[in-house]
Ligand binder design. Structure first.
Ligand code: 0RQ
Length: 498
């Protein structure tokens, strides 16, 4: 028994034994933050041993978003995942998905909890959830992410808690947990400010469902960021310059609007640049991930507070937060992902959203997920929740990839995640295209002129002018010519690059 609760203490291997071949398992984790660790690792070891004996063992995996090395990587490396939703960023898992050995359901992160709630995925057999504390009456104090864990705890038949000593016991001071009722009984969500608190600091579970507790002491393993490169800095300059212009024009109010920024180096550079700019007033964030740059911005006072669903911090930054919970505890709110990414709340608060894409096309559609239409990278994540519903949304990308062999501005994207009805502003290191109020041909010209790399501009203009007349101009025979070239020769414009 663990002091403070009545639950049975289990080793990770004992806990893993409760999970059977074919089970649907809901794991905690939104990025490596708060991801289950010991039980999935033990499951991977068991799967490997079973596979070596010629026995079948593969499970169906639900999480909040991507996870850490002990979960997606460990299970994928032994081919133990038959089905996976909703977002991943593991290279081992990506290979299985692209070989069609694992079925991957890519979906908006705000939709995941309600799809579980509606029963669309069937029964969750077991939830494995990392926490910093659990009480005998079923209060589960989660760790560095909330994600979909409250929903998994409610719906799973059986529950295993990983109690991770590594984290501050004061983490729940940041948690604000409330689940939405089923339609038609959903009422107004009373979040009218990014930092509104509307729930409890704990998730709830029927204590009778808890099989046992696995004690751990392990960091999340979040990687540190590289210093932003020149390309990220130039994209950040364009975004910040545009926001300042919108403020001068009175289209962003003087008190500013809440910001969301996606994951990665560009997003980190944009946030740092915004925080340093003397003309940007102190602001708040309504986002899904709190990453390293935000800790320094909170300390400097340029960020007044942040709402998200996960605290995705490298160890030095997390230590800073834990050492000063009196300061950070009230300035960070961690919510379930159906609230951090809720379309209604995002629109109500007037969020400014900044997300990275793989490619964008001259009509204003963007692809965040699939290389050459087929090979998945990570998934749409929360980028669709925010891009569609933001007051002002930016999609950003370097104008070229792989040393210029790839143009990220193409005639037609090879996979559509964000369509032209949702996309407002496109940005590369070359420049920024404000698409609001423009018809298709004007958009196309603006995107090519402002965003395309000079190496690809002539090709794109020529494509546009030669395409058959219409409201939108596209040549269905040529629209994927650049992608075809890439697949056949290794570069989109072989003659130009050579
Ligand atoms: O390849 O790793 O081999 O060098 O794609 O590209 O430029 O390093 O950018 O790491 O920010 O990832 C869209 C994938 C960008 C990410 C994506 C190659 C490029 C490189 C990575 P290498 P970069 P990033 C909310 C927000 C969707 C989810 C989202 C993502 C690799 O930002 O997953 O927005 N977004 N969530 O060389 C072929 C192209 C390419 C290309 C780049 N057009 N074709 N390869 N690459 N463009 C947060 C959450 O939801 C948690």
């Amino acid at each position: 028994m663990i002091a403070g609760n009545k639950f049975r203490k289990l080793s990770a291997c004992e806990a893993a034994d409760f999970i059977t071949d074919g089970a649907l398992v809901g794991f905690s984790g939104f990025t490596p933050a708060g991801a289950a660790k010991a039980v999935p690792r033990a499951l991977a070891a068991r799967a490997l041993a079973m596979h070596n004996r010629g026995e079948k063992f593969r499970i169906r995996v639900l999480t909040g978003a991507s996870t850490g090395a002990a979960l997606d990587d460990a299970l994928a490396e032994v081919n133990a995942i038959s089905w996976r939703a909703p977002y991943q960023s593991s290279s081992a898992l990506r290979k299985l998905i692209n070989r069609q050995e694992t079925e991957f359901v890519d979906m908006h992160l705000s939709h995941l909890p309600q799809m579980v709630e509606f029963g669309f995925f069937g029964n969750i057999d077991v939830a494995v959830v990392e926490a910093v504390d659990v009480t005998s009456d079923g209060r589960v104090y989660l760790s560095t992410s909330v994600g979909a864990s409250p929903t998994f705890l409610r719906h799973a038949d059986r529950v295993i808690i990983e109690l991770n000593q590594h984290h501050s016991k004061r983490l729940p001071e940041m948690h604000d947990i409330r689940l939405l009722p089923l339609p038609p009984h959903r009422s107004f969500i009373p979040i009218d400010h990014a930092l509104s608190r509307i729930g409890t600091p704990f998730a709830e579970v029927d204590p009778a469902k808890i099989i046992g507790i696995v004690e751990t002491d392990e960091p999340d393993g979040v990687a540190t960021f590289d210093a932003p490169g020149e390309c990220s800095e130039r994209i950040a300059d364009h975004v910040v310059g545009f926001i300042l212009q919108e403020m001068r024009l009175g289209r962003i109010p003087p008190e500013f609007l809440p910001l969301q920024s996606g994951v990665g180096n560009v997003a980190n550079a944009v946030m740092a640049r915004l925080g340093q700019h003397p003309d940007i007033p102190p602001f708040v964030m309504y986002s899904e991930v709190i990453q390293d740059a935000l800790v320094d911005l909170l300390e400097s006072g340029s960020l007044r507070g942040a709402s998200a669903t996960s605290l995705t911090l490298s160890e030095p930054q997390l230590a800073k937060v834990y050492d000063n919970m009196d300061f950070f505890g009230s300035r960070i709110v961690l919510r379930p992902q159906e609230l951090s990414n809720n379309p209604g709340v995002i629109r109500r608060l007037g969020v400014i959203a900044i997300n990275t894409v793989l490619e964008m096309d001259i009509t204003g559609c963007a692809n965040s997920t699939h290389v050459c239409g087929g090979q998945v990278m990570n998934g749409i994540g929360g980028s669709g929740d925010f891009t569609r519903n933001a007051y002002l949304s930016f999609l950003v990308a370097p104008s070229i990839a792989k040393s210029g062999k790839i143009s990220t501005v193409v005639p037609m994207v090879s996979h559509v995640d964000h369509n032209e009805h949702s996309v407002q502003v496109m940005v590369t290191e070359q420049g920024l295209a404000d698409l609001r109020g423009l018809g298709p041909i004007e958009r196309a010209r603006r995107i090519i002129e402002k965003c395309a790399h000079p190496m690809y501009r002539d090709y794109l203009f020529e494509y546009l002018e030669a395409a058959p007349m219409g409201h939108v101009r596209h040549d269905l025979k040529r629209c994927f010519e650049l992608h075809q070239n890439l697949l056949e020769t290794g570069s989109m414009l072989p003659l130009v690059i050579a």
